[in-house]
Design a protein around this ligand. Structure first.
Ligand code: MRU
Length: 350
C-alpha cells in the first residue's frame, strides 16, 4: 500500500497507525461506522488524513445505501456521526462540508447519479491532498539549507495525509533535492507519534534523524543543533494562530528565545478564517494515555491527569506559514491566500 488511505474494491483501506512501528497492518473499512471508529481510535490520524477518511466514510455510506429517499437521510446520518469523531482538526469539518454540498446541491439527482458524485468527490479530496502536499513540499524546501538541524514535532508526514506530508513533506522534498541536513524528531508524548510514526517514515526514506524526548528540545536548541523548527497544524486562524499537537506552543516559545525560525506547514483546508484563537475546541483525551505507555502503567493507580491533545501557538511566535499557494509571512491575513484563484504564488510579503 503506497498511501495512508485508499479506496479500492468498494472499500477503504487504511494503514493502522496504532500498530506502527512494530507492524504494518492494513484495515479494510466497509462502512462509515467503521471509519468513524478508526478516526476515534486514531488508527488513522493527522488532520488532512482525518479529512480524507471522513469524506471516504460518506462515500461508503452512499455506496452501501439502497436507492430512494433514504439515501439523503443516510448521508446526513453518516455526516453527523463522522463529525463527532474528533473535535479539533479543521480538515475534518472542511471535508465534511464539501461532501455535504454534493447532496445539498443535487436534490433532484437520481440515486445512482448522486452516489457516483459523492464517491467521486471523496476521491477528488484524496487526490487533491496528495497534490497539495507536493506543492507545500516544494514551497517549503527553499527554507531548508545544507547543514541545517531541523526539529519537528508529532507526525505531520505521509501518515498524517494521503502521502508525502506537510511538515515532513517539506523535509522529504528538501531531501529529494539533495540537501544534507539532520532532523530532530520529538517523541511526542502521550501517544508517541514522533517516536513511532515520524521515526518510521524518516527511517524508510533514509533521511538522517535523531529522536529526542520532548524535554530535550531546549537542550538541543541551546547547543546550536537546531537551525529551524517545522511543524504541521490542525487548525490555523485567519491571523496565523496555530493549533497543533500538545507541546508545539512550548517549542515555538523556545525557538523564539533561541532566535530560531519557527515554520508551520499546512494546506489551505487547515485554515479556518472564522475561528477565534480562544474559540477552538481542544480535544481532551483519555487519562490512560498519560498514566500508561502502550498499555503499561507508569504512574500510581488512581493518579489524576489532564490530557489536552492540542495547544495554540500565538501568531507572534510563527515565523512563516507554508501552504500550497506559497509562504505567508507576518503580519498574517491568510484570507489573501484564498483570493489567489488557482494561481500559485511564491511569496506573500507584507
Ligand atoms: O492527534 P493527532 O495525531 O491526530 O495529531 C496530529 C497533529 O497534531 C499533526 O501535527 C497535525 O495534524 C498536522 S498533520 C499534517
Amino acid at each position: 500500500m503506497k498511501r495512508t488511505i485508499e479506496w479500492k474494491d468498494d472499500g477503504v483501506y487504511i494503514i493502522d497507525q496504532t500498530a506502527l512501528p512494530d507492524e504494518l497492518r492494513i484495515i479494510r473499512c466497509e462502512d462509515y461506522e467503521r471509519m468513524a471508529v478508526a478516526i476515534e481510535r486514531m488508527e488513522i490520524r493527522g488532520a488532512p488524513a482525518i479529512g480524507v477518511a471522513a469524506a471516504m466514510g460518506i462515500a461508503l455510506a452512499a455506496k452501501n445505501c439502497s436507492n430512494g429517499p433514504e439515501l439523503q437521510e443516510k448521508l446526513k446520518r453518516a455526516y453527523n456521526r463522522l463529525k463527532s469523531t474528533r473535535p479539533t482538526a479543521r480538515n475534518l469539518f472542511w471535508a465534511l462540508e464539501r461532501m455535504r454540498k454534493v447532496w445539498e446541491e443535487s436534490p433532484k439527482e437520481s440515486s445512482n447519479a448522486l452516489k457516483e458524485k459523492v464517491i467521486n468527490e471523496a476521491l477528488a479530496i484524496a487526490e487533491e491532498d496528495a497534490a497539495v502536499c507536493r506543492d507545500i513540499g516544494k514551497n517549503g524546501a527553499a527554507l531548508i539549507s545544507d547543514g541545517d538541524g531541523v526539529l519537528t514535532h508529532c507526525n505531520a508526514g505521509a501518515l498524517a495525509c494521503v502521502e508525502h506530508g506537510t511538515a515532513l513533506g517539506v523535509i522529504r522534498t528538501a531531501h529529494e533535492e539533495g540537501k544534507k541536513f539532520v532532523v530532530y524528531a520529538c517523541e511526542t508524548r502521550p501517544l508517541l507519534q514522533g517516536a513511532r510514526l515520524t521515526a518510521f517514515e524518516l527511517k524508510q526514506e533514509k533521511i538522517p534523524f535523531k529522536l529526542i524526548t520532548d524535554n530535550m528540545a531546549a537542550y538541543v536548541m541551546k547547543k546550536g543543533l537546531v537551525k529551524k523548527v517545522i511543524v504541521g497544524a490542525d487548525l490555523i486562524t485567519r491571523h496565523g494562530d496555530v493549533v497543533n499537537k500538545i507541546g508545539t506552543y512550548g517549542l515555538a516559545a523556545l525557538a523564539k528565545h533561541h532566535n530560531i525560525p519557527f515554520y508551520v506547514a499546512a494546506p489551505l483546508s487547515t485554515i479556518d478564517l472564522n475561528a477565534r484563537p480562544d474559540g477552538v475546541p481542544i480535544e481532551e483525551r483519555a487519562p490512560s494515555e498519560v498514566t500508561h505507555i502502550r498499555g503499561v502503567r507508569i504512574a500510581p493507580e488512581g493518579t489524576e491527569v489532564i490530557n489536552p491533545a492540542f495547544d495554540l501557538t500565538p501568531r507572534q511566535l510563527v515565523s512563516a506559514i507554508i501552504t500550497e499557494r506559497g509562504v505567508a509571512h507576518p503580519p498574517y491575513d491568510l484570507s489573501l491566500l484564498f483570493r489567489q484563484g488557482n494561481n500559485r504564488i511564491n511569496r506573500i510579503v507584507r
